[in-house]
Ligand binder design. Structure first.
Ligand code: FES
Length: 196
């Protein structure tokens, strides 16, 4: 079941499924809301609930203080809805922002090259083209790594069915260690995007 969320002051409406966050639904429907961390700690996605029932979710008490909760503020990256809802967001969209919807993709690793002793270039073939803008990023799920990890897209948007990542090895970083030490050509990965 889904509910309609109206986003003011732009008046856009999105459908939010049970258990889906307002932010996830907005990005998947091509509606941009400000966000950064994506998991309740930075407060970039704070919005005001004008009307309707919203479940706050796993928002950090530092990112969303008690007084703000009392005022009806929520973090869009954590909040789920229990009725049709109207929210007000501080939206300041760049003029050239296209608002491409976030979608899920399956990707196959086609090439791994060493760009420097600490940076690997990874090329992934997508199961279908992804439309994105320069400077955007994707979230990739990696075996044995808890939750998706974000990587910037290094290739131009003109190559839509292929993405290239330049991954610097971060000491102690589970995702970059996996990519540097275990990832193989031919491996299939799940990713979502574009974000940012
Ligand atoms: S994006 Fe950081 S708290 Fe929501």
């Amino acid at each position: 079941m889904s509910h309609t969320v109206t986003i003011e002051p732009i008046g856009e409406q999105i459908e939010v499924e049970d258990g889906q966050t307002i932010l996830a639904a907005a990005l998947r429907q091509g509606v941009w809301l400000p966000f950064a961390c994506g998991h309740g700690t930075c407060a970039t996605c704070k919005v005001q609930v004008i009307e309707g029932d919203v479940e706050i979710g796993d928002a950090s008490p530092f990112a969303l203080m008690d007084v703000e909760r009392d005022e009806g503020k929520v973090l869009a990256c954590c909040a789920t809805v229990e009725s049709d809802v109207t929210i007000e967001a501080d939206i300041d969209v760049d003029e050239d922002f296209e608002g491409y919807p976030v979608e899920d993709y399956t990707a196959t690793v086609t090439d791994i090259v060493e760009l420097s002793p600490t940076i690997k270039g990874i090329r992934l073939k997508l199961d279908r083209p992804m439309t994105f803008q320069a400077g955007q990023y994707i979230n990739i799920e990696l075996p044995g790594v808890d939750g998706p990890r974000a990587f910037s897209l290094a290739n131009p948007p003109s190559k839509a069915d292929e993405v290239e990542l330049h991954v610097r090895l971060v000491e102690g970083g589970a995702a970059t260690t996996y990519i540097h030490q275990q990832l193989n050509v031919g491996e299939q990965l799940h990713l979502s995007g574009p974000y940012g």
